[in-house]
Write a protein that binds this ligand. Structure first.
Ligand SMILES: *[C@@H]1O[C@H](CO)[C@@H](O)[C@H](O)[C@H]1NC(C)=O
Ligand SMILES: *[C@@H]1O[C@H](CO)[C@@H](O)[C@H](O)[C@H]1NC(C)=O
Ligand SMILES: *[C@@H]1O[C@H](CO)[C@@H](O)[C@H](O)[C@H]1NC(C)=O
Ligand SMILES: *[C@@H]1O[C@H](CO)[C@@H](O)[C@H](O)[C@H]1NC(C)=O
Ligand SMILES: *[C@@H]1O[C@H](CO)[C@@H](O)[C@H](O)[C@H]1NC(C)=O
Ligand SMILES: *[C@@H]1O[C@H](CO)[C@@H](O)[C@H](O)[C@H]1NC(C)=O
Ligand SMILES: *[C@@H]1O[C@H](CO)[C@@H](O)[C@H](O)[C@H]1NC(C)=O
Length: 609
């Protein structure tokens, strides 16, 4: 009897364990599946998203911002505050309103999380760590394997598990719709989304800045483009260069390069010198203005235009002999593309995607170079919010310098480059107004002003607008000529809050550096510019979105001495973020080119002659 009882109990326990085991295995499998698909196939497969939490997110081609699967996995790890909704217009210091300005200085803002200051819980970090470590190949997260139906089934189960586990699931569901890209109601930026759509989940999974640094190192160690189809001496040259960079002589004191702000100043310096000696860029001449060869030099998307203008005019790096080129530049403007081809209100990016598709097709048919590497030695520089989506199919293997550098939007570490977003206010003299007050005269602790784009800013305002006299957090500043109000605050605040808008990047990061205000980046999963080279934690404060309620205490907890260091380093890094009509060493033009170069050098493969 007792024996019988025991075995039936035993049996029950066994089946219970069995069920638990299967569930765990499925969850793990789910976690695992979406990770390893990288490089080559990802673009093709990426159209397959697994719709998960809601019906809402399944754009045919859309890079919907988050792979909900991934999100879910992360929810398991780290239930997190889902967010608000909200949105309304606000104004950035300068302009009157959106409709007036094509190039609005208000793009969204920025960034990422910080260990130093952001308070990342141990489990969160651990979870994220394990999660990210599997992605070291740098593939985009949204990728779903050909096994997507299995994944789907698993995700159904995961859903069920989650809905029991996590109350937040509901709110996530409500929030998980994001406008199919802010329907591009203006060429520029994201226009403001309709009513409730702007909100979007506060994705629980966050790749912290230190994890990004790790991913980048891993990518440079292991990510290699496909083998070229035939021999070219330039590939071997790049391999030689890579060795030289890896064995760079140690730099002690370089007057131009203040070592604490770099990942590794010795490698950077050597790589930069080798770029000067070696790099040759071929620029495709095909294509009509205005989408090709026609730079915009003002407004918030100006960085793609400045790069294009300076690249096309460059003598040192440009070659007219494509056989000598290490890199091939595709000189299109992502903002002109939207301006020319986006159909207002259509919510469709198809025209732009088609245009780029035709362009690449023409290049592929006309020249042999694309085919040699599948585009791996080709690059583009695009600042519009939609560029990641528009280029993720046809130009998947290219090195993409993108303002919208979002870990969750297909950014590939080791291949893609985070392009600074610069709001150029004076085309003839882009450095006019550089600088700000001395540290002792900076009377405001923190400053932010901007429209309520995206889900983060409403939270920021909710906690800090009119709450505290040290915190100058505004939805809108009174209009002023040349953004003078905005600039006044930038020049007189210790910390400038760069909160993401619709997309991760914001011109505020560079504005703050320009005016010597320490950037406080609040934009989870934003890959900061030139991460290959710069140590962002040395000169900025990076705070997790979830820590917005603690913003003031976090800032106050930074000792004065540390603040002065941050400020001094902001000044030291400033020259890397300046445009010049005639480029100078280490300026923004050269830094963009360098990051493209660096990624090429570290991903190049070759075949024997
Ligand atoms: C934009 O500004 C114009 C003129 O300043 C004004 O007529 C219009 O109502 C404003 N639009 C919005 C949405 O504020
Ligand atoms: C970080 O979080 C822990 C526990 O959640 C808390 O004890 C600690 O005070 C926090 N640190 C800061 C700087 O907020
Ligand atoms: C990460 O995963 C490994 C094995 O997959 C496990 O041993 C380790 O505990 C995990 N780390 C964390 C922090 O979860
Ligand atoms: C997932 O669940 C939905 C209903 O909840 C069902 O319609 C769908 O077929 C399931 N998918 C798979 C792959 O099992
Ligand atoms: C779920 O939310 C309800 C109400 O918000 C709360 O009473 C309940 O305790 C929550 N359950 C869990 C598991 O958090
Ligand atoms: C920087 O890189 C060089 C060359 O690889 C290496 O010798 C040196 O140890 C690195 N320095 C630091 C601080 O990592
Ligand atoms: C490149 O390859 C494609 C197909 O793979 C082919 O159609 C095209 O003609 C090739 N281009 C050249 C210039 O050979």
């Amino acid at each position: 009897m007792g024996q019988k009882h025991w075995s039936s109990f035993h049996l029950q326990t066994k089946s219970l364990l069995w069920i638990i085991g299967i569930t765990c295995a499925l969850i793990l499998a789910c976690r695992y599946l979406e990770l390893p698909y990288s490089n080559g196939i990802f673009s093709l497969l990426s159209t397959w998203k697994v719709p998960t939490l809601g019906s809402s997110t399944f754009h045919a081609i859309g890079p919907s911002p988050d792979d909900e699967n991934v999100n879910k996995v992360k929810i398991l790890n780290q239930p997190n505050s889902p967010v608000e909704h909200a949105l309304e217009e606000l104004r950035n210091p300068s302009e009157p309103n959106e409709s007036l300005r094509f190039y609005d200085c208000d793009k969204s803002s920025v960034t990422e999380s910080d260990k130093e200051l952001g308070n990342v819980s141990a489990t969160q970090q651990a979870g994220a760590e394990n999660f990210t470590s599997r992605r070291e190949d740098g593939s985009g997260r949204k990728i779903v394997s050909p096994l997507s139906s299995i994944t789907k089934a698993i995700s159904n189960i995961t859903n069920a598990v989650l809905s029991h586990q996590d109350n937040k699931t509901n709110s996530v569901k409500e929030d998980s719709f994001r406008p199919p890209h802010n329907d591009g109601r203006t060429l520029h930026r994201n226009s403001k989304p309709k009513t409730n759509e702007a909100s979007h989940i506060l994705v629980p999974g966050v790749t912290t800045i230190s994890e990004m640094n790790k991913l980048l190192l891993q990518s440079h160690a292991s990510y290699r483009s496909e083998r070229p189809r035939w021999f070219s001496a330039v590939d071997q040259e790049l391999l030689q260069v890579r060795l030289e960079i890896q064995n760079a002589p140690i730099v002690k004191n370089d007057p131009n390069l203040y070592s604490p702000i770099y990942q590794n100043v010795s490698m950077f310096k050597r790589s930069y010198e080798l770029m000067e000696e070696t790099l040759k860029v071929y620029i495709y001449k095909e294509g009509d203005k205005p989408i090709l060869h026609s730079p915009f030099l003002t407004g918030i998307y100006a960085s793609e235009g400045w790069f294009m203008k300076l690249m096309e005019a460059n003598k040192r790096f440009v070659t007219h002999d494509p056989n000598k080129a290490n890199l091939f530049y595709l000189p299109f403007s992502s903002s002109s593309l939207v301006q020319a081809l986006y159909v207002e209100g259509s919510h469709s990016h198809q025209n732009m995607i088609q245009f780029l598709h035709d362009y690449v097709k023409m290049i592929v048919a006309k020249h042999p170079f694309w085919n040699r590497t599948g585009g791996a030695d080709h690059f583009l520089v695009a600042c519009h919010d939609w560029a990641p989506e528009e280029t993720k199919l046809n130009m998947a293997k290219c090195i993409r310098a993108l303002c919208n550098a979002d870990v969750k939007d297909g950014f590939v570490f080791g291949k893609d480059v985070s392009l600074p977003e610069t709001h150029v206010r004076n085309e003839l003299n882009p450095t006019r107004g550089l600088g700000g007050s001395l540290a002792s005269q900076r009377k405001y602790l923190a400053f932010f002003a901007g429209r309520m784009h995206g889900y983060v800013r409403p939270i920021l305002l909710q906690h800090w607008e009119n709450k505290d006299s040290d915190m100058k957090i505004f939805a809108e500043l009174p209009k002023s000529k040349g953004d003078m109000n905005y600039i006044h605050y930038m020049k007189n605040s210790k910390y400038c809050i760069c909160a993401k808008g619709y997309e991760v990047n914001s011109p505020r990061v560079v504005d703050a550096i320009f005016h010597e205000c320490v950037p406080v980046i609040i934009s989870d999963n934003f890959v900061p510019p030139f991460l290959e080279v710069l140590n962002w934690e040395s000169f900025t404060v990076i705070i997790l979105e979830k820590d917005i309620p603690n913003l003031k205490s976090i800032l106050l907890s930074i000792p004065k001495r540390r603040y002065l260091h941050l400020l001094m380093r902001v000044k030291k890094v400033q020259h890397h973020f300046l445009w010049h009509n005639k480029p100078i060493r280490y300026d923004l033009f050269h830094m963009i080119l360098h990051s493209v170069w660096y990624n090429r050098v570290f991903s190049a493969t070759y075949i024997d002659s």
